[in-house]
Unconditional design. Structure first.
Length: 282
């Protein structure tokens, strides 16, 4: 039995459970995956909840909004994480202590390489500087991006991410509203790490008229998979990585950490879409 879970706020619509149960079945594990929603736990406290999970025999838990930064302060990070990346989304309980990982970060890089191979990111304009934006931006740096341009409607949050990236050795710049259109047009890659495009937040963070000269795009949104941004990018002839890739590979990376196994991504993809064909369209 491999006992896993997800700690977060308002997580009832998460699809993580079905992915981890499927990966467990592929590897011969009987997996349980519980949703530990802080909205439904009286007097919720993160360290108390993690301690309770460890004592209850969980192998590990995923951690999502709004607890990733808080968890990073409590956990010893795995060596593959950049020191400046101040958030974890995966906690593993070991006899020698708790270890933290950010599989959004490594999952983004794995998804990018799977879609685009060895193609360098070049200069990238990223919209959104929240939790997924932090992981994606560090992933871009890890992939060797020449320059990372960050825009966020909350300028202070965007500038904070830029400072964090610079602390990690990245070439990063904040782009304000006045310079945004030019930055979009001249970028090699475009990244959406905002909620715009989700079913409850329809639309696109990038105007279709500005698309066409870029080499690739990534949209972190995966409900639906085919967002307005993705549709416009495909129509403009740009290579696309959808949000499903991040969801899928961050989940695989987390399961590998939890279980100590290695997952064949291609085989897992076939199994997942056979089980959940609706995931192709969100």
């Amino acid at each position: 039995m491999l006992k896993l879970g997800l700690i977060g706020k308002g997580i009832s619509r998460s699809q993580s459970a079905r992915l981890h149960v499927l990966l467990g079945r592929m590897c011969g594990f009987d997996v349980t995956y519980d949703y530990l929603d802080s909205e439904k736990i009286a007097d919720f406290d993160l360290i108390d909840q993690l301690t309770a999970c460890a004592n209850a025999g969980y192998a590990g838990v995923n951690v999502t909004h709004p607890y990733k930064t808080e968890a990073r302060k409590m956990i010893t990070p795995r060596k593959r994480l950049p020191n400046a990346l101040g958030a974890v989304n995966t906690v593993v309980f070991r006899d020698d202590g708790w270890r933290g990982d950010n599989t959004d970060y490594v999952g983004f890089m794995r998804g990018y390489r799977g879609k685009f191979g060895d193609q360098a990111p070049g200069m990238v304009l990223q919209m959104g500087a929240g939790g997924v934006g932090l992981a994606a931006a560090f992933g871009l740096h890890g992939l060797g991006a020449d320059r990372i341009l960050i825009h966020d409607k909350d300028a202070d949050r965007g500038k904070t991410l830029v400072a964090t990236l610079k602390d990690g050795g990245a070439n990063a710049t904040f782009v304000g509203e006045a310079d945004l259109s030019d930055a979009i047009r001249t970028a090699d890659g475009l990244v959406n790490c905002t909620p715009v495009g989700m079913n409850q937040y329809p639309g696109s963070p990038f105007e279709a008229r500005l698309l066409g000269g870029q080499k690739w795009v990534f949209d972190a949104v995966y409900t639906p998979v085919e967002t307005a941004f993705v549709h416009s990018a495909r129509k403009a002839g740009i290579l696309v990585m959808t949000g499903f890739e991040l969801f899928f590979f961050q989940g695989i990376e987390a399961f590998e950490v939890f279980s100590g196994t290695q997952i064949d991504g291609d085989a897992a993809r076939i199994e997942y879409f056979n089980a959940y064909p609706e995931a192709l369209t969100g």
